[in-house]
Design a protein around this ligand. Structure first.
Ligand SMILES: C[S@@+](CC[C@H](N)C(=O)[O-])C[C@H]1O[C@@H](n2cnc3c(N)ncnc32)[C@H](O)[C@@H]1O
Length: 289
């Protein structure tokens, strides 16, 4: 079957349409595929769109679309890239794909740390791809020390790749359960975390891209309690905070009132909730005095 690039581009959009959340997503993914597989910018469709697709290209696109549409593998895992806070991160199925709303956690943390105090130290619990820790480290520069830890050795390997790609200086600790790898004398100005918080009871409402392909240890807490990690972070973080240290955690929709109560119950002096750009209460900031 002979086909021009422009026809193939339209076919890609038609195939993506039933599985995408919006036309914006369809267009963005089709453009991404064009760049990835044809090294073509979308605007080149107008100048080079009447070129015929070769058999090799057709086979390549067929395999790619089979994985994306039939197997529902997220495009970020197929292309091994995810953009976060203006940086291109390497990702694979061993790590959660960093989400745009998590950028707010980076912004809020930076806002609270600046102007930098001498010897500023920040800890990211559950680093995944390293998106939060590396973005913080690049924004703060060498004046601050950012540390990161994760229970997953595979995730920490991804962090090492991203550290090299992006030239950051995060101190990634050996794999461990929450604070397990952090030295007992270590104290931080800020502890940040986007812990696993998806309620296991809501598993069936997740998109196949998430449920079938993202690591369940990054999505779900190890018990039926979606607040499992907030309880632990609120209880354990006072041992690792400097005076006036702050904890910033991302939460799921509707979780901030309970998360705030958890921090207050563990002796935090003040809590604040931050809304994301979709107007959803997303972050709890808890100040310890
Ligand atoms: C929701 S993901 C967040 C990843 C990344 N920080 C981000 O925002 O894209 C949660 C991360 O916590 C890690 N994790 C799960 N249980 C943990 C534990 N007990 N101790 C440390 N990390 C844990 C998972 O491996 C996963 O990388």
């Amino acid at each position: 079957m002979s086909q021009t690039i422009a026809e193939l581009y339209q076919q890609i959009k038609d195939q993506l349409s039933p599985i995408a959340a919006s036309q914006v997503q369809v267009n963005a993914e089709a453009d991404w595929i064009l760049r990835e597989l044809f090294q073509m910018q979308p605007s080149q469709i107008f100048t080079q769109g009447d070129r015929m697709v070769t058999d090799g290209e057709r086979l390549k696109i067929h395999c790619f679309m089979e994985q994306r549409v039939d197997k529902r593998i997220p495009i970020q895992y197929l292309t091994h890239e995810a953009w976060f806070y203006g940086h291109r991160f390497y990702v694979n199925p061993q790590v959660l794909i960093p989400r745009p709303e998590t950028e707010l956690l980076v912004e809020e943390t930076l806002r609270r740390l600046k102007p930098l105090k001498p010897d500023t130290q920040v800890l990211d619990l559950g680093v995944g791809s390293g998106a939060i820790a590396i973005s913080l480290s690049l924004a703060l520069g060498k004046e601050a020390q950012v540390m990161g830890t994760d229970i997953s050795p595979a995730a920490l390997k991804v962090c090492a790749i991203n550290q090299k790609l992006l030239g950051s200086t995060v101190d990634f600790l050996r794999p461990g359960d929450l604070f397990e790898s952090v030295g007992s004398g270590q104290r931080f100005n800020a502890i940040v975390s986007n812990p696993p918080y998806v309620n296991p009871a809501l598993k069936d409402s997740l998109k196949p891209e998430v449920l079938w392909h993202e690591p369940h240890s990054a999505l779900f807490p190890p018990s039926e309690d979606p607040y499992f990690y907030y309880q632990r972070i609120a209880q354990e973080s006072p041992n690792f905070l400097k005076p006036e240290g702050v904890v910033l955690v991302e939460t799921g929709e509707g979780m901030t009132p309970t998360v705030s109560q958890i921090f207050l119950a563990h002796g935090f002096a003040h809590v604040e909730t931050i809304r994301d750009y979709a107007n959803i209460d997303r972050i709890v900031v808890a100040l310890y005095c």
